[in-house]
Design a protein around this ligand. Structure first.
Ligand SMILES: *Cc1c(COP(=O)(O)O)cnc(C)c1O
Length: 462
């Protein structure tokens, strides 16, 4: 029986040269049509192996329509907008910070035409792209000088390789962490051609540990925000002030990699107690690095603050050209930073801060409204439950912001299956799955996306 079916499958050339083949090729390309046809044949063969006992009519206009839909789907760009229903506010896999309206407009203005990216308009001479942002950063943080690069990883490598190549970088064993993907502090120090000197222990490093490690080759005391990692309980670390004092007594540079630095003294909700960039500078850090697209709420970028002699040296490092920020990110960064200038209230204008600060009573109302709409879908049931949202993105990992979430069930589908179908809707909806439950946290859903959330659930019925 199945032998018979296999024999009746069309040969690819014959199918391509048939009437539906030629029509499709006229509309698309021979390559695309042939690839989709091949894919269909593979699926039909699979089907036969699994008990399919009747072939479709491969030469019918209905079948041509199926192939057409598949070709169009393959033509959609794979990189697209998604809806974040995970409640993780700075989600690296989902592109970190959504930008403020002002930043989006700035990108669009600069992208559409030419700009004075590297021209000093008063002299008509070549200027520096960094001057558009340096004084703004200094004004907002109290730093003497500033520089921006492609991301925070680049900021760290560029700073270390400029300031401490072939010299010693002293760092606590408690801070030799891996931060997402492939950013491991020991590897970064090595790649920057510095010699790493580890001090203290995993859980306790005192200022005396740093002091006793100093040598004539020491150049930088490095403190790294441990990001996704936290030691709870029996632990101790030196304060920024102590590290700065020790560095300066010994003519060393105190460098602090904050990762997710913030320009506000966190926040109305008090739920995230991050050290602000201003405090690092005030405590005496000579170099501070942080990301533009974490708590700052801007585009991908790495910000370096510090003393002007050091920043000047970094600006002269030939690696800077390899790490430089592009004009679109620069435009967005400047626009985002301007939202921090009083009397602007960044907590209202910067999406990341707005999400962190959104009152749980408002989230509760949004959750109930959403559930009311979703319950109209046949087969769907759900409830509103207290839970927590997460800062994400290397913000203190234990940071939990009280929230209200939806638990959704759908007929006999498992939570994993449900989540997968939602990820395949247009636009994709990314939910959280925990202990067999599908969880939707309205905190990270932009209000303009609510209808698309409902639509994503409706298409499950189909
Ligand atoms: C996130 C992070 C980085 C890397 O920042 P990117 O902008 O992703 O390059 C570096 N250091 C710390 C402490 C971080 O949290």
């Amino acid at each position: 029986m199945s032998e018979e079916l296999f024999k009746r499958l069309p040969a690819i050339d014959k199918w391509l040269n048939s009437e539906i083949g030629t029509t499709l090729i006229a509309e698309f390309s021979r390559n695309e049509v042939s690839e989709v046809m091949r894919q269909h044949l593979i699926e039909v063969r699979d089907g036969i192996d699994n008990g399919l006992d009747e072939l479709p009519d491969f030469y019918s206009p209905q079948y041509a329509a199926l192939i057409r839909v598949d070709i169009l789907r393959r033509r959609l760009p794979s990189f697209c907008k998604v809806i974040n229903a995970t409640g993780i506010i700075i989600h690296t896999n989902l592109g970190r910070a959504p930008l403020a309206e002002e930043a989006i407009e700035a990108i669009s203005r600069v992208a559409r035409g030419y700009s004075n990216l590297e021209m000093d308009l008063s002299s008509g001479q070549r200027g520096s792209r960094y001057r558009h942002v340096e004084s703004l950063l200094c004004q907002l943080t109290g730093s003497e000088a500033a520089l921006v690069v492609n991301n925070c990883a680049a900021a760290v490598i560029l700073s270390l390789s400029t300031l401490a190549a072939h010299r010693e970088v002293i760092v606590s064993r408690g801070e030799l962490v891996e931060i997402g993907g492939s950013f491991r502090i020991p590897d970064i120090i090595k790649k920057s051609e510095c010699r790493m000197v580890e001090v203290g222990t995993t859980n306790k490093t005192r200022i005396s540990d740093y002091a006793s490690a100093l040598s004539s080759d020491s150049r930088v005391l490095l403190s790294v925000h441990p990001s996704n990692y936290k030691i709870i309980g029996f632990s101790e670390k030196a304060t920024s002030r102590e590290l700065a004092d020790l560095s300066h007594q010994n003519e060393l540079i105190f460098m602090q990699d904050l990762g997710s630095g913030t320009l506000v003294d966190m926040c109305a909700s008090d739920s995230i107690a991050e050290q602000s960039v201003k405090k690092s500078i005030a405590d005496g850090a000579d170099i501070v690095t942080f990301s533009g697209d974490k708590l700052l709420g801007g585009p991908q970028s790495g910000i370096i603050l510090g003393r002007s002699t050091l920043i000047d040296a970094i600006k002269n490092n030939p690696l800077l050209r390899g790490f430089r920020i592009d004009k679109l990110s620069l435009a967005a960064l400047v626009a985002t930073l301007r939202l921090y200038i009083p009397p602007n209230n960044p907590a209202e204008r910067v999406p990341v801060l707005r999400m962190i600060n959104e009152d749980v009573r408002i989230i509760d109302r949004r959750a109930r409204n959403l559930l009311r709409q979703l319950k109209k879908i046949p087969g769907l049931s759900g409830s509103v439950v207290s839970d927590v949202s997460y800062g994400g993105g290397g913000v203190l990992p234990m940071t939990e912001i009280p929230t209200k979430v939806l638990h959704i069930e759908f007929a006999n589908l498992g939570a994993g299956q449900l989540a997968r179908i939602l990820r395949e809707s247009d636009p994709p909806l990314v939910a959280r799955v925990n202990k067999g439950k599908l969880i939707i946290d309205p905190r990270t859903i932009l209000s303009e996306d609510t209808n698309d959330v409902v639509r994503a659930f409706r298409q499950i019925v189909r």
